[in-house]
Design a protein around this ligand. Structure first.
Ligand SMILES: Cc1cc2nc3c(=O)[nH]c(=O)nc-3n(C[C@H](O)[C@H](O)[C@H](O)COP(=O)(O)OP(=O)(O)OC[C@H]3O[C@@H](n4cnc5c(N)ncnc54)[C@H](O)[C@@H]3O)c2cc1C
Length: 416
């Protein structure tokens, strides 16, 4: 029986971060991964989607580049190459990660593993005895009782990464981060996109003004969407397309459906004494949350769960942290909303869409909601400010470089 200080089941962001941190502290570590190192994030989530998104946006931008003095004659899309490039990026990062794990001294077992009790893991008939065990087995796409994945007409976010050709028309069920990012990808590639969202607005977890702005952006991009509407059932038509029947009585025909209605945890049984982290914990299903949990579990460095930022990628990016306006009682807060179009940098970049919205009370930031190019980087400034309870008066003393989008944060703060 092999003995380790730490046994980790799952090689996604939660698992590999725990391995690196524990090794840094001199612990012996064994990590089990049944599939590909890097987990969903690297192989089927964050990285592949953002790589395809970059190609999609570049393609769209180049079609409009003539007004910036760039003539891109004969511009054409080679979708197979887009997918090949995505695979190369994933492959390269996976190899780097595997090498880094090896160099760290982590013992990686590329097998399915089963946790037997607080101290024992079985993998391939061999028992590994571990002082401590972390389970980080992640999550999987979730379908609906009346609409099940079939890998051909009803696709999951995993299936969609295997597409060989682009559809003409697609229905996306769900407008969370995954649905929104794929709507942006397909629309930029010229595919007709229809979103069906049961909540009363797109991106329902966002501040309501962010949702409204996204709806406006989608209308301008001719992305059609239904809110307060559910997809009731589907029918495959002559083995070549799919009809989607909506709760409002309408029927939409499309090449296929992307069902992006959430993710479910894979393991339901929990063993006392074992730590369950990352998506498997079933709390906030984000890679950076998984990483924070792994760091806390292995080093004790804490984090504030209420200050985990959310980011939706694409042009413009959307990012937020803290409380939303709809979470607050009328009259109990101050609000500042600064338009991105008022910033010189947005005109330099030909990207004037968006705003920086900050909510505050008694001189402290409660939440921030940003729609802008680089929103993913801007939100980090606010996270640091809120977490350290830096008064707005003190933030106003900070010098923000010009021309940048962070001037939008500064201007928004000045109005509070
Ligand atoms: C399309 C998409 C886009 C996303 N984009 C973002 C984004 O932009 N930003 C963000 O923060 N998050 C994003 N996410 C979410 C992010 O991918 C997850 O939150 C993150 O991967 C969770 O990490 P994890 O380590 O908990 O689990 P996972 O990454 O799911 O890894 C779990 C690993 O455990 C392995 N495993 C499971 N059971 C066993 C077993 N019994 N034995 C051995 N191995 C096992 C699995 O094979 C898997 O590799 C996205 C997700 C998707 C689907």
């Amino acid at each position: 029986m092999e003995k380790f200080d730490l046994g980790i089941v799952g090689g996604g962001p939660a698992g590999y971060t725990a391995a690196f941190q524990a090794r840094r502290l001199g612990k012996s570590v064994v990590l089990f991964e049944k599939n590909a190192i890097g987990g969903v994030c690297l192989n089927r989530g964050c990285i592949p989607t953002k790589t395809i998104l970059h190609s999609a946006e570049l393609f769209e931008e180049m079609q409009k580049a003539a007004s910036l003095g760039i003539e891109a004659d004969n511009l054409r899309l080679d979708f197979a190459k887009v997918i090949q490039h995505k695979d190369e990026v994933v492959e390269k990062l996976r190899r780097n990660l595997e090498l880094a794990l090896k160099n760290s001294g982590t013992v990686v077992v590329k097998e399915f593993a089963e946790i037997l009790d607080e101290h024992k893991i079985n993998s391939g008939g061999q028992i590994y005895e571990c002082e401590k065990i972390i389970s980080a087995t992640g999550s999987a796409p979730s379908d609906l009782p009346s609409i099940k994945f079939d890998g051909k007409f009803i696709l999951s976010s995993d299936d969609i990464l295997e597409l060989k050709t682009l559809p003409k028309k697609i229905v996306i069920i769900g407008s969370g981060a995954i649905g929104t990012e794929w709507a942006r990808i397909f629309s930029s590639f010229g595919v007709e996109v229809v979103i069906v969202e049961w909540a009363s607005s797109l991106l329902p977890s966002a501040d309501f003004e962010v949702s409204k702005r996204l709806e406006r952006i989608f209308k301008l991009k001719k992305i059609k969407f239904y809110t307060s509407t559910s997809a009731e059932k589907v029918e495959i038509v002559e083995n070549s397309s799919v009809d989607v029947f909506l709760s409002n009585g309408e029927k939409i025909n499309a090449d296929f459906i992307l069902l992006a209605a959430g993710r479910k945890t894979v393991n339901s049984e929990k063993i006392i004494g074992v730590s369950y982290i990352g998506d498997e914990a079933g709390e906030i299903q984000l890679a950076h949350y998984a990483i924070r949990q792994a760091i806390k579990e292995t080093t004790g460095i804490s984090y504030q769960k209420s200050l985990i930022p959310s980011v939706i990628y694409g042009c413009p990016e959307i990012a937020w942290v803290g409380l939303r306006e709809q979470d607050l009682e009328d009259g109990s807060f101050q609000k500042s909303l600064y338009p991105i179009s008022a910033l010189g940098k947005s005109h330099c970049d030909n990207c004037i869409e968006g705003f920086v919205k900050i909510l505050s009370r008694e001189g402290k930031i409660l939440g921030a909601h940003i729609v802008a190019k680089e929103a993913s980087a801007l939100i980090q400034q606010i996270v640091i400010a809120i977490q350290n309870e830096i008064p707005i008066g003190q933030l106003k003393e900070v010098c923000f470089a010009h021309p940048t989008y962070s001037e939008g944060v500064f201007e928004s703060l000045l109005n509070l």
